[in-house]
Design a protein around this ligand. Structure first.
Ligand code: AMP
Length: 213
């Protein structure tokens, strides 16, 4: 199964991706996590991406598609992938289609996690992430260490108010048309309400994929 998780920043893609991965036994690719790890390690990829990410702007399509192609070529991903944070532009949708087609595969489903802008601002401004394994948490409900790996919890630079506003604008301008692109290109698309508990959203997502929990 090759599944695209679609939705605004803060819709819950990063929370749902590992849960769906476990339920479906399909590994995830989160481009944001790959880029943040590269930026932290100071690699050429990370240095190139950091400035875009800090501003809440999109990293160029060729950089993203390079990561996607490299990932899909790995044996671990031969049985499918859950894409979290790709696809964010129409050229990325086209590039992913071509990369999968060269492997005899296609996007099987696009899940659109739907949530209001007010809720997004509320979530992102109170979000902390593990600086080591990237697990997201809501501040207030946690201490200062990751429950999974003990890493330090930090606020992402792009979760500051100006960057949040920019990311929502970028979503409307560049990313929202991608869902329509999939609709008109024959993909199976489903919109899932992303409010409510984490467990409820997972149930809805699995039901939309025809895999009730
Ligand atoms: P995320 O963790 O998915 O919210 O991504 C954080 C940041 O990484 C985004 O605001 C972009 O700067 C960059 N990024 C991640 N995935 C993509 C993508 N598919 N296309 C362009 N930029 C991306």
């Amino acid at each position: 199964m090759n599944i695209v998780l679609f939705g605004k920043p803060g819709a819950g893609k990063g929370t749902q991706a590992p849960r769906l991965a476990e339920a479906l036994t399909v590994p995830t690719l989160a481009t944001g996590d790959v880029l943040r790890a590269a930026a932290q390690a100071g690699t050429p990829l990370g240095l190139k991406a950091k400035d875009y990410m800090d501003r809440g702007a999109l990293v160029p399509d060729d950089v993203i598609l390079g990561i996607v192609r490299e990932t899909l070529a790995q044996a671990k991903y031969a049985g499918g992938v859950i894409l979290d944070g790709v696809v964010r532009t129409v050229p990325q949708a086209e590039g992913l289609r071509d990369a999968l087609a060269s492997l005899g595969r296609q996007v099987d489903a696009v899940l659109n996690f739907d949530v209001s802008n007010d809720e997004i601002v509320r979530r992102l401004s109170s979000r902390l992430v593990c600086s080591s394994c990237q697990t997201p948490y809501m501040s207030g409900a946690v201490g200062d260490a990751c429950a999974k790996c003990g890493g330090k919890l930090v606020r992402r630079k792009d979760d500051e108010p100006d960057a949040i506003r920019n990311r929502l604008e970028v979503f409307e301008r560049q990313t929202a048309p991608v869902f329509e692109w999939y609709r008109t290109h024959g993909a199976r698309v489903a919109t899932v309400s992303a409010t409510g508990s984490v467990e409820e959203v997972t149930k809805r997502a699995l039901a939309a994929l025809g895999r009730p929990a």
